[in-house]
Write a protein that binds this ligand. Structure first.
Ligand SMILES: Nc1ncnc2c1ncn2[C@@H]1O[C@H](COP(=O)(O)OP(=O)(O)O)[C@@H](O)[C@H]1O
Ligand SMILES: [Mg+2]
Length: 266
């Protein structure tokens, strides 16, 4: 089943600036997709249209077969959860618990179920010991997990993570890998914007590349990171291992250490 479909979607901000220009894409239910591309390419604008936070100027968006323009943002966000790029845009409660519980209050579920969901989401996001902490007393890197937990608790079919890797240390990246894996195992569709190419390669196979308001690449990571023309257009670099393989004129499509070693040992 198709989770998200864009047909010739464009968007302009109130000042007239066109941030997304005629993009089309289809993401299947249960898929894991990474979106990469330079700052300002239009990635955040594009994903915010998936749950109605922004509405397209033209084109059609379909969410699980339904025309998104006929659905409120509240209805769409039950199906598509968006974790903001900047946690400060999302967090406004005094404790981690109330922050995670906040949106659940609108779901017409009873108190016991809310509590169960908050605790489960907090555990999944490594926040079980921080439920009574003020989110703003947590370091930025951990605050990001509060916003992820809020969206996880909503149990939406699609989870969008906007730059979750920014400011994370190795442990944070490991936690995020586990969260993405768990969501995937539960059948969720996971869409992640990231600048961390190693993280993208480790956790995703399908990659969408955006540059200058458009999608200029949509393929498997092993194709994307050996398409020099595409990388050049998007101002992206090959991962270092791929650069090395290229210099040594080894087989194309090597993108990580495992690929490299198995080719080297042949
Ligand atoms: N509220 C806004 N008003 C006007 N322009 C904006 C607004 N938000 C973002 N933009 C512009 O839209 C373009 C795309 O932004 P964005 O979607 O955030 O890109 P990305 O997430 O790829 O970095 C950028 O040039 C940005 O400056
Ligand atoms: Mg962005």
């Amino acid at each position: 089943m198709e989770a998200i479909k864009f047909e010739h979607v464009s968007f302009a901000y109130d000042n007239g600036f066109v941030a997304v220009d005629d993009i089309s894409l289809t993401i299947a239910s249960g898929e894991k997709v990474a979106i990469i591309g330079q700052n300002g390419a239009g990635k955040t604008t594009a994903v915010k249209m998936m749950n109605g936070l922004l509405r397209p100027k033209s084109g059609k968006i379909t969410v699980f077969g339904e025309d998104a323009s006929k659905r409120t943002t509240a209805t769409l966000s039950k199906k598509v959860g968006y974790v903001f790029q900047n946690p400060g845009d999302q967090i406004f409660n005094q404790t981690v618990y109330s922050e995670i519980a906040y949106s659940l209050k609108y779901l017409k579920i009873d108190k016991a179920e809310i509590e169960r969901r908050v605790i489960a989401a907090a555990q999944m996001c490594y926040l079980a010991d921080e439920l009574q902490t003020n989110p703003y007393d947590l370091p930025f890197s951990i605050r990001k997990f509060v916003t992820i937990a809020s969206v996880v608790a909503m149990d939406a079919d699609v989870v969008i993570l906007d730059e979750p890797t920014a400011g994370q240390d190795l442990l944070g990246l490991t936690y995020q890998k586990e969260i993405i894996e768990q969501l995937h195992q539960r059948g969720k569709t996971v869409i992640t914007i990231s600048h961390d190419m190693e993280f993208v390669i480790e956790n995703f196979d399908r990659i969408l590349v955006m540059a200058d308001k458009k999608i200029i690449g949509d393929a498997n990571k092993r194709e994307i990171f050996w398409n020099f023309e595409l990388l050049d257009k998007a101002a992206l670099k090959q991962p270092v291992v791929a650069q090395l393989a290229n210099r040594l004129t080894m087989k194309r499509n090597i993108i990580n250490i495992d690929d490299f070693v198995s080719e080297y040992e042949k």
